[in-house]
Design a protein around this ligand. Structure first.
Ligand SMILES: [Zn+2]
Length: 104
């Protein structure tokens, strides 16, 4: 059976950043759930996270913040990215108002 699965992307600044689901992700030789590469702009996410949507959203937001930090040269510390991704996940989960408007 043939079917075409469109690769998900996120738009960050002028870039359409593909999200690739892979079996294993490594950052600096260590296992990780996700990574962001600046050249070419790509986010890799461990495939098994598809089974855990909330953790998946947290990790994708984390990698988006890594990309935003790099693309806009913000200068965030990694600990700040960790707090912001968790806080954004919680904010979006608890904010039907925002989710509905973002989805329209
Ligand atoms: Zn990170």
């Amino acid at each position: 059976m043939y079917y075409c699965q469109v690769m998900p992307t996120v738009r960050i600044g002028p870039y359409k950043v593909p999200i690739k689901f892979v079996a294993k992700v490594q950052v600096d030789g260590e296992p990780a759930f996700g990574s962001y590469c600046d050249d070419p702009h790509t986010i890799e996410i461990e495939r098994s996270l598809k089974e855990r949507p909330e953790q998946l959203c947290n990790i994708v937001l984390h990698e988006c913040l890594e990309a935003i930090d790099a693309i806009y040269a913000v200068g965030l510390q990694h600990s700040q990215i960790e707090v912001l991704s968790t806080a954004l996940t919680e904010t979006l989960r608890g904010s039907k108002y925002l989710r509905e408007r973002l989805a329209s």
